[in-house]
Design a protein around this ligand. Sequence first.
Ligand SMILES: [Zn+2]
Length: 494
Amino acid sequence: MPAKRILILDIDGLRRDVFAQSLDDPAQPALQTLMGDASRRLVLDPLSTAPSITFCAQSSMFTGRHPADHGVIGNQFFDRFGRYENRGPKFYAFDVGDLLAVEDALRIYQDSDGLLGRIYPAGVTTLHEHVRARGKRSATVHHMVGRGADVWIKPDLIQIARAVKGGGLFGLEPSAFDSEMTDKAIALLRSGDRPDVLTLYFLGLDQHSHHNGPGEQLAYMRQHVGPPLARLVATLELLNLLEDTLVVVASDHGQYATPSDTRHSLRLSFPFDRELAHVFDSLGLDVHDYPGESPDCDAVVASNGALAYVYLRRPGHPWATPPRFETDVRRVAKAFWDAHLTGAHSDELRGTLSGILARDVEREGWAAPHQSIDSAGRLHVLEDAFATQEGHTVVQAARRLRASQSDLSPDLVLLSNYTEGFYFSPPLLGMHGGLHPDDSGATLAFGFAKVGDPAPAAAVLHAVEHAIMARSRAEDRAVSVADLTTGVLAALDA
Ligand SMILES: [Zn+2]
């Protein structure tokens, strides 16, 4: 292999325009060193998953599969069949969420598989497992997908616990957390370990951008990503590891700016404003809205930034029984439309939605596709429903939603009103999760820091590009975050 090793820098939430600016930014010399000569770079513009949210998109990046296949269809979702852990229906919230699902957050890094590694169904192979199957060595630092890695360096559990208690991020500034992460990677290399594929996961930029707005991303790259990258470059140079290293910079999604106030922040749970719960209350439905409450109720809501998933139970039946379309599903869709249009059921929901998707599992079974349901209760195929918005407020929306659809998909999907800045999350200045170009656009770029012989390096980049373009064409879609694995494997096999 002409690439002696591969270094993946996974920068959570990095917008593609900020990455493009950073590549030409004199204040970020380490990034330029790592990505090498501009004539030797391959910069792609991938789209995130739907929802454009971390655990869903990162799972696609590091398995190469779409969400329908790997099963992690959001940061939050509901396993109504109790399939994943054989212990009954279970609500998952990897991001902790309004319901303070602390246990899930802690279990992400548990054991050698981690929670995600236990959720991926048989037949889903992680990038690390692909690397090992080739007789090569994979190491990853702080990333949530670690199954199959020879070395999985995890965050300190004490830091995670502190985070969960304090409601902040690991009790540390996100930048300090990433700085420590980089030092762990540096220590691994200094110890003499030579992974063929090394992944560094930077979570701080996304956190900073949520709290300060996506307009602060470039400044954060300069101040807080640049210095650890400079230390990494110095170490690679010192250990003579820079030459013939293929460097990959990738992100899972972008972000768009939102107003940070309770009006625009739509929430479900006690003790916060219960805008969403009022709708269920007024229909006499018991919604899963107290921390620790069992999902033995009529409705479960999973909040994924710009999208919310609504799961509905046929009253008196187990969750695995299909809900009745008219009585259980269409009725709740209508109540949300009424709330949006007139403030009925929940005055704070007036003007907050841009659309609702529904599926008729009662008639079509668990593979029933989502359709758009309008305020009169009429159904429209997704392609038609999104056609007028394509390229403006959504990008490849129908296609990406279909790639996330499985039998575990929700009965309803609520789409927040982007234009007016509404979202299903605590109040924040930056958001993602939706189908909008600003949160759907992600980063994927390949470059050689330093090459011995330019011809083999060019051949590797050509192989990467060819593999990604061939797969995208075969699947009739734009380049996706799932193509990270496609590209890395093509480089290993070149
Ligand atoms: Zn993310």
